[in-house]
Design a protein around this ligand. Structure first.
Ligand SMILES: Cc1cc2nc3c(=O)[nH]c(=O)nc-3n(C[C@H](O)[C@H](O)[C@H](O)COP(=O)(O)OP(=O)(O)OC[C@H]3O[C@@H](n4cnc5c(N)ncnc54)[C@H](O)[C@@H]3O)c2cc1C
Length: 378
């Protein structure tokens, strides 16, 4: 007999959507609520690492992601003037036959692909909706929603991101994410090169990753004192200042930002925060997924990847265990170390960048983490 028949997923990010798809494939009824009325995440690009592509293949969407996105199997390292110094292969994940080393896509495009798959799988999706209260007993969780409606579920999955509201029901004492000392800048620009490319300045590193046949996204991290608000009207000039030392292609982007000639650049600034929440990741019949328990900085481009992997592991354990408690413990037990690897290695990379530390250590930490993540999920 199935452990659970009816699940509520709170949050329609990558983690929530993927777990909804996998649970529907087991015949479990799924309601998914998403607070945004139009289900549209910010417009920036996202990198999909080799292991993430492997996980998306299991979800059933990798072909479409590769068809509409960009992908690459090598990274070019250039100097600040855009002169090629070195090309390094980007190895595909193990047991990912035929998939490239990595891919990129616009977040709203990925959300659209996954959102359609959620609906086709038969989940009930309610947008512009959150919850007010949850009360659980031995047999279920009663949820009251913000529109006054109510439902009872065998399991609630909190996939509501780094500032999760569901987390209060599982980890009431958790203080919340920590600012990591860096801010992230993103812009969508015409595709400059075939490969992923990093431009090494003396103080700043800028990168571009393809997100389609015609476009790529620019990513730059800078050092910041706090989570200060920067008005969006200032973003073009602030980003241009960060790119001051660059010539070549990045210099042209900077000049375009200043001249206002970069159209539909979808500029985005975010202060970076992260955390790794200790297990267990559930209390009774409420369980946490994705950024709610392991929010990372983007240094390894693997945060979405571990949210998707967590969704695969959670659904698999729910499908094969004989007790709900056993399934939820097994989920966190299997997934914790991979998630912690991403959060802690990404954090270390950020520290090295902020302290102007060793480039050799930076490369070693990145290589070691990527190599471990290539190993298949077991
Ligand atoms: C600047 C930056 C760049 C990044 N780049 C990459 C990258 O290149 N590659 C990569 O793999 N990862 C990247 N990440 C990490 C990645 O974005 C996250 O790890 C990933 O989105 C986590 O997915 P999630 O589903 O757990 O949470 P989210 O994507 O945050 O989704 C949570 C969802 O829940 C909804 N929600 C919130 N509260 C409620 C509520 N109360 N009720 C209903 N709905 C609610 C939100 O609207 C949202 O849709 C990056 C992160 C940052 C900050």
């Amino acid at each position: 007999m199935a452990l659970i028949h009816k699940v509520l997923v709170v949050g329609g990010g990558v983690g929530g959507m993927c777990v909804a798809i996998q649970l529907r494939r087991q015949g479990i009824a799924v309601d998914l609520i998403e607070q945004h009325p139009n289900w549209a995440p910010d417009g920036a690009g996202i990198t999909i690492s080799g292991p993430t592509l492997r996980a998306l293949r299991e979800i059933g969407v990798v072909d479409e992601v590769l068809r509409v996105g960009g992908h690459w199997s090598a990274a070019d390292i250039c100097d600040s003037q855009g002169r090629l110094q070195l090309t390094v292969p980007v190895m595909p994940a193990l047991e990912a036959d035929g998939l490239p080393g990595a891919a990129g896509i616009l977040r709203p495009v990925l959300a659209d692909i996954l959102g359609r798959t959620v609906r086709e799988a038969g989940a009930t999706v309610r947008l512009g909706l959150s919850f007010e209260t949850m009360t659980q007993d031995e047999d279920g969780v009663d949820v009251r929603f913000t529109d006054g409606s109510a439902g009872r579920y065998d399991l609630v999955i909190g996939a509501d991101g780094v500032n999760s509201a569901v987390r209060r029901w599982v980890k009431p004492d958790f203080p919340g994410p920590r600012f990591t000392g860096q801010g992230s800048w993103r812009a969508v620009v015409p595709r400059l090169r075939e490969n992923s490319t990093i431009y090494m300045g003396a103080t700043t590193k800028a990168g571009v990753n393809p997100i389609s046949a015609t476009h790529c996204y620019l990513f730059v991290l800078d050092r910041r004192e706090g989570m200060d608000f920067i008005p969006p009207a200032e973003w073009p000039e602030r980003l241009a200042e960060l790119l001051e030392e660059f010539g070549g292609q990045i210099g042209e982007i900077r000049d375009g930002l200043r001249a206002g000639t970069l159209h539909d650049a979808r500029l985005l600034y975010r202060p970076l925060a992260g955390h790794m929440v200790d297990g267990p990741w559930h209390r009774g019949r409420i369980v946490l997924l994705g950024d709610t328990v392991h929010a990372t900085t983007p240094h390894l481009a693997s945060g979405a990847g571990i949210a998707i992997e967590g969704a695969l592991v959670l659904a698999e354990e729910l499908g094969r265990r004989h007790s709900l408690e056993g399934a939820l413990l097994a989920y966190a037990g299997r997934h914790y170390d991979r998630a912690r690897l991403v959060v802690s290695a990404s954090g270390r990379l950020g520290q090295i960048e902020q302290s102007g530390g060793s480039r050799e250590e930076h490369t070693a930490v990145m290589r070691d983490a990527m190599e471990k993540l290539r190993a298949p999920l077991r």
